[in-house]
Design a protein around this ligand. Structure first.
Ligand SMILES: C[S@@+](CC[C@H](N)C(=O)[O-])C[C@H]1O[C@@H](n2cnc3c(N)ncnc32)[C@H](O)[C@@H]1O
Length: 223
């Protein structure tokens, strides 16, 4: 399976630094307004939350600040990410981070015990997403929420312009990286994601596009 690192040629540390540097703009006011409208009200007090491919753990840190008493679990296959996450401070929530390959092994959580499962910019990388979606469905409690935030297909010209103008990538190296990443980050259309969620037994409760490159879905196991 290709990883973001193998596709970009970036080192683990480069990807870590990029995730940390862009976190605040990726999870800004509009994201939290959407979360507050569609996810927060569906969570019980002291919810159990898991983030698969949690990267540096900053989304879980933010979730812990918004949901005091939450029990947070972050899983990632990259040691540098887990090392970074383990140094974060959690004031009002308890958090554990584990080195865990979500594709290779079942989630280390009992069935029906998780209130919020999150995946952000991870699932598109997996060769086959359905086993991971089935595993998320297994661990979710009745009425539990799956928050999927991932890349959606854009026209090549739009994608190249975004990498040039927003990411400030230029020159032959930048263009090479953009063409290498295009098939992975533009793999699924919005309809493909909808279809995948339905195929995996999820009902979509809400969705939004806060950036042209990404779509956010709020889903729950279908009854
Ligand atoms: C683009 S980063 C996103 C990180 C984080 N979700 C965020 O939005 O800041 C993708 C993350 O998925 C992780 N990842 C990729 N394949 C994985 C796997 N099979 N199991 C667990 N984590 C994985 C990578 O190590 C990386 O941290």
């Amino acid at each position: 399976m290709p990883t973001h690192q193998s596709l970009t040629g970036a080192s683990d540390d480069d990807l870590l630094q990029r995730m940390v540097a862009t976190h605040a703009e990726r999870f800004e006011a509009a994201f939290w307004a959407f979360f507050g409208a569609h996810v927060g009200p569906r969570l019980p007090p002291r919810p159990v939350m898991v983030d698969l491919g949690c990267g540096p753990g900053l989304l879980l840190r933010d979730l812990g600040e918004r949901c005091p008493g939450a029990v947070l679990h972050g899983y990632d296959v990259t040691p540098a990410m887990i090392d970074y996450a383990r140094q974060l401070t959690f004031e009002t929530a308890s958090a554990t981070f584990a080195l865990h390959d979500v594709v290779a092994k079942p989630l280390p959580r009992a069935a029906g015990t998780v209130h919020l499962a999150s995946m952000s910019s991870v699932l598109h990388v997996f060769d086959e997403p359905l086993p991971t979606l089935a595993e998320i469905r297994r661990v979710l409690a009745p009425g539990g929420i799956f928050l999927l935030n991932d890349w959606v297909r854009q026209p090549l010209s739009t994608y190249l312009a975004w990498r040039r103008d927003v990411l400030k990538e230029s020159g032959p190296d930048g263009l090479r990286r953009a063409f290498r990443l295009f098939p992975a980050q533009n793999k699924y259309t919005v309809d493909d994601w909808r279809w995948l969620l339905g195929e995996a037994g999820f009902e979509i409760l809400a969705q939004t596009e806060l950036r042209a490159s990404h779509r956010i879905f709020v889903a729950t196991p279908a009854r």
